[in-house]
Design a protein around this ligand. Structure first.
Ligand SMILES: Nc1ncnc2c1ncn2[C@@H]1O[C@H](COP(=O)(O)OP(=O)(O)OP(=O)(O)O)[C@@H](O)[C@H]1O
Length: 604
């Protein structure tokens, strides 16, 4: 399947139960993978949380005991019990603070350790995914996965997990303390839990959809942003600013609405929960008040009961806050795991064939067919033999299939059927590393990365020495230009890159390819017209670069075509003419017509 299908659930807000199961299983697997290395720290956090919660649950009991038993002896001038109680209280408070501090440090270290690995893994994965994937999954989405989704996971791991543990424990401990102090208040609590249960179930259902929608639009927002600024030249050149602003505005508005939807749900949930909590407090005060009046309960116990009654619902507040975070984290996890589940379309062979030293770069297409979209072949059944060292020019109308043919040789895509052989070996049986060393594709855009000129030249061979970089630059004829840059090879292209001419960029990318010294060179000749001296330089650079290796050029210049050993005319995914330029001109076919038209265009 060469054309990439969108990852499951990426843009869907309502999933079928089956899809939900699949997404959940995938997310849980990823969660397990990222948490396994930090499992001992998580255990330590849980222990700390148990200690902290136990202390804070014990403190009201201490208070009630002090009121009921340590205040009365004061009348006789005996303050010792009260002093002991006070001391114990302060000691416990200090302990609680220390455990909280340790917990914060520990949870932060958990999230950092867990995410460090995930971040590196995602970046590596994104780079492994085929060109076809990046054509459908825009760079904005990749950015969104690598930034905002990871950030959401981070904040969840930072505080969410220990918050969950402390919430659950504190509810359980408080409920137990309530039941032990006064069973009637405990029973009332049980009754109150019924409406809370239904309310929370409703909130859970609705907010799951709302949060997913929010994250989908958030990714679109980042996507639109990245796309606009990656294509800022086109935006400005075609005065696309206002349309672009409008479209961004529409998504931003949609995002606002989605956030509001989620907040509105919270707006209903939280106050209702608060109201139930207040009703419960009233009930406890009534039960406890009468008990005190009838002498069945001491005042200190009533105080402890009221403290517990206000506290027992507090965790539900933070539980909903946790749920909020949890929802975001779940949908981030779903997207990240979906992204990681994307298969690198061009798979590494299980047992790569190691090419022999005599390999010299012959390329053979054996019954090769290829379609981007199944049923619509971009390249019909093709048989072709390119002997080692031949310079082959591909010509044809736009959309004819020249780039497709070239990209197949560079294995940007895998053939749909048939075989593509490099020195008799199916290229699918070569390791990625070997293939990239043997076949280099120089694209039109001649992309330069931030870094120095030398860094850019040694892109594919970081270990190349300064001298080798210099030799490569000399070979393709770009050395003189680089030498007169302010800092020569150390000039930073991040600040100067934008100002290099297209000819200079092209020469640097030639030097880059020269340094790799591949046996097969696939080259998409730039269409941008250069001035005559630059064109001569580029032409000479190209001749140097292609000398002695099999070269497949998508040719846009007549001079390149005429300099080639062989020309293929491609039309609607088929090779319709094949021969030396002179022979094809003489045969008077499509190529001869093209040359005539070319000549006329040049005014010859
Ligand atoms: N990524 C893609 N997904 C789907 N269809 C594609 C893709 N790339 C190219 N095609 C289609 O495949 C056909 C051949 O395209 P190809 O890019 O190989 O043409 P080309 O001869 O190189 O054209 P040009 O000279 O304009 O670059 C065209 O019909 C094009 O629309």
């Amino acid at each position: 399947m060469p054309r990439h299908a969108p990852p499951l659930a990426e843009d869907k807000v309502d999933l079928s139960p089956e899809e939900q199961r699949e997404v959940r299983a995938r997310s849980l697997k990823l969660l397990k993978e990222i948490l396994t290395p930090v499992r001992w720290r998580i255990l330590a956090t849980v222990v700390l949380v148990v200690v902290a919660t136990a202390i804070s649950t014990f403190m009201p009991l201490l208070l009630s005991y002090a009121i009921d038993h340590a205040v009365a002896p004061l009348v006789n001038g005996d303050a010792s019990l009260l002093a002991q109680m006070a001391l114990l209280y302060v000691g416990l408070a200090v302990c609680a603070s220390i455990t909280t501090y340790a917990n914060v440090v520990l949870t932060t270290s958990i999230s950092q350790k867990a995410l460090y690995g995930l971040r590196a893994r995602m970046f590596e994965h994104a780079q492994k995914l085929p060109v076809g994937f990046h054509e459908t999954y825009t760079s904005g989405r990749v950015v969104s996965r690598l930034t905002s989704d990871l950030e959401t996971l981070k904040s969840f791991l930072d505080s969410g997990l220990s918050q969950l543990a402390s919430t659950i424990l504190s509810m359980v401990f408080t409920a137990v303390a309530l039941v032990l102090l006064d069973w009637k208040s405990g029973l009332a609590l049980l009754v109150m839990l019924i409406p809370i249960w239904f309310l929370t179930a409703w909130f859970r259902r609705r907010s799951a959809v709302a949060f997913r929608a929010q994250r989908v639009v958030n990714a679109q927002l980042i996507g639109r942003f990245v796309e606009t600024f990656t294509g800022i030249r086109a935006v400005k050149a075609f005065r696309y600013e206002s349309v672009s602003r409008e479209r961004y505005g529409d998504i931003a508005e949609d995002y606002r609405v989605k956030v509001m939807d989620a907040i509105k749900l919270l707006g209903i949930y939280m106050p209702t929960l608060g109201a139930i909590g207040n009703v419960y407090l009233g009930v406890v005060l009534t039960i406890g008040g009468f008990a005190v009046l009838n002498g069945h309960m001491e005042v200190g116990v009533l105080l402890a009961l009221t403290i517990y009654a206000t506290r027992v619902f507090e965790p539900i507040f933070s539980l909903s806050d946790f749920y909020n975070q949890f929802q975001s984290a779940v949908s981030a996890l779903e997207k990240v795991s979906g992204f990681l589940a994307e298969e690198p379309g061009v798979a590494e062979p299980a047992h790569p064939v190691v090419r022999t030293a005599e390999a010299d770069g012959s390329v053979v297409f054996k019954d090769v067919e290829f379609s981007y979209i199944s049923g619509r072949p971009a390249l019909h059944r093709t048989n072709l033999e390119v002997p080692a060292g031949q310079q082959l020019a591909l010509v044809g109308k736009t959309g004819a299939g020249k780039s497709t043919l070239a990209k197949l040789v560079a294995r940007f895509y895998d053939v749909s059927s048939g075989k593509l052989l490099l020195d008799g070996v199916d290229i699918r049986d070569l390791s990625e590393e070997q293939l990239r060393r043997e076949v280099v594709m120089v694209t039109q855009e001649a992309f330069l990365f931030s870094g120095t000129v030398a860094d850019n030249i040694r892109l594919a061979r970081p270990s190349a020495s300064d001298n080798e970089v210099l030799e490569a630059a000399k070979a393709v004829g770009v050395h003189d230009f680089i030498a007169q840059l302010p800092e020569g090879y150390d000039t930073d292209l991040a600040t100067r890159g934008g100002r290099l001419s297209s000819g200079q960029r092209q020469l640097i990318s030639f030097a880059r390819a020269f340094l790799v010294d591949p046996t097969v060179l696939v080259l998409d000749e730039a269409t941008a017209s250069l001035d005559i001296p630059s064109e001569k330089l580029v032409q000479r650079g190209l001749a140097q670069l292609s000398a002695g290796r099999t070269t497949i050029i998508i040719a846009h210049r007549l001079s390149t075509v005429l300099d080639s050993d062989r020309v293929l005319v491609v039309d609607e995914g088929r090779i319709i003419e094949d021969g030396s330029p002179t022979a094809l001109v003489q045969s008077g076919g499509v190529f001869a017509e093209m040359v005539k038209a070319w000549d006329q265009a040049m005014g010859n």
